[in-house]
Design a protein around this ligand. Structure first.
Ligand SMILES: [Zn+2]
Length: 314
């Protein structure tokens, strides 16, 4: 299966969920404990930006039994992700020592999530639950202490909350909004490249929404800061959860009011206008100069793809 089949237009990674979050079960500690002991329960085990998988022939399986996860050294603390076909699914982390012990094994391995997903090794409908596991496990690892008083906090409600036993503050996992936008001026669109991009790759501009800022203002501000382009007609398209570590990419389009680009070199290596025909070649990876668009894994591909397809877009 090619990346284009895995992530058809309008369906980037992490958006299609087969899990019922079953939030009503989060406060029922007894029920959650009982679910965790059930043989039908499963877990996704994450380690940094990687995922524990079981090799089965030329395929990999990410959804493990609790027994398989624990035998590989997964941490006992679990986050209740939800129900899949009635069976409970948990998210687990693993310590570095356990991940290192698996090096060289041919039955299990810890492999980088993005690479496996881009190659289609992980079914796309599993990626949303894996993103939940990754974001939630990472949040617990980074937020073990109360931000208010510094006391060690305790996981509650199936992992969807941490309570401070000292000052009684409640802490909830955060999601950071990021705007990502396709800016067009008639038959041209604005794309930029960051230094760490693969050679020849250009993508949509993006940036974090700031405190007390609207999505529309964030789009206009980021575009102006990074490229010197003023824009208007900000339109929402779709969102993509982005578990690096816990962002929500808010995909928008906007119309440019000027065309003279001034690149902010502290943010971007380059930014320029591309015609619709060029953008189509870049998305198909057939541009004669080797230029490429964003991978179908990412929402940027879908923002650009929609603009290429829909001549009335943006
Ligand atoms: Zn506290």
């Amino acid at each position: 299966m090619s990346a284009f089949d895995s992530f058809p237009l309008g369906q980037p990674a992490f958006v299609t969920s087969v899990l019922d979050r079953a939030a009503h079960l989060r406060r029922d500690d007894e029920k959650l404990f009982a679910l965790e002991q059930k043989p039908s329960s499963r877990a996704y085990v994450v380690y940094r930006d990687s995922l524990l998988v079981k090799r089965e022939g030329d395929k990999v399986r990410a959804l493990l039994s609790i027994d398989e996860a624990v035998k590989c050294g997964a941490n006992p603390g679990t986050v209740f992700l939800g129900l899949r076909d009635g069976a409970a699914v948990f998210g687990m982390g693993m310590p570095q020592t356990a991940a290192e012990k698996l090096i060289g094994r041919d039955d299990y391995s810890v492999a980088e999530l993005r690479g496996m997903a881009m190659q289609g090794a992980i079914p796309p409908d599993e990626l949303s639950a894996i993103a939940m596991a990754k974001s939630m496990v990472g949040w617990h690892q980074r937020h073990g202490y109360c931000a208010n008083c510094g006391t060690r906090s305790a996981m509650k409600e199936g992992g969807w909350k941490r309570d401070c036993p000292s000052c009684k503050a409640e802490h909830f996992p955060r999601t950071d909004p990021v705007v990502i936008m396709l800016v067009a001026a008639g038959e041209k669109c604005l794309l930029g490249r960051q230094k760490q991009f693969p050679p020849g790759m250009y993508s949509c501009l993006a940036g974090f929404v700031e405190a007390a800022e609207t999505i529309e203002d964030a789009v206009r501000r980021e575009i102006l800061e990074e490229s010197g382009i003023r824009c208007t007609d900000v339109q929402y398209y779709m969102t993509q959860p982005w578990p690096y570590p816990s962002s929500l990419m808010i995909g928008c389009s906007a119309r440019a009011l000027n065309e003279d680009i001034i690149v902010d070199r502290s943010e971007l290596e380059d930014a320029r206008w591309f015609t619709r025909d060029e953008a189509a070649l870049m998305l198909a990876r057939t541009h004669p100069d080797g230029l490429a668009g964003p991978h179908p894994f990412a929402i940027a591909h879908h923002l650009l793809g929609r603009w290429v397809r829909d001549k009335s877009g943006a």
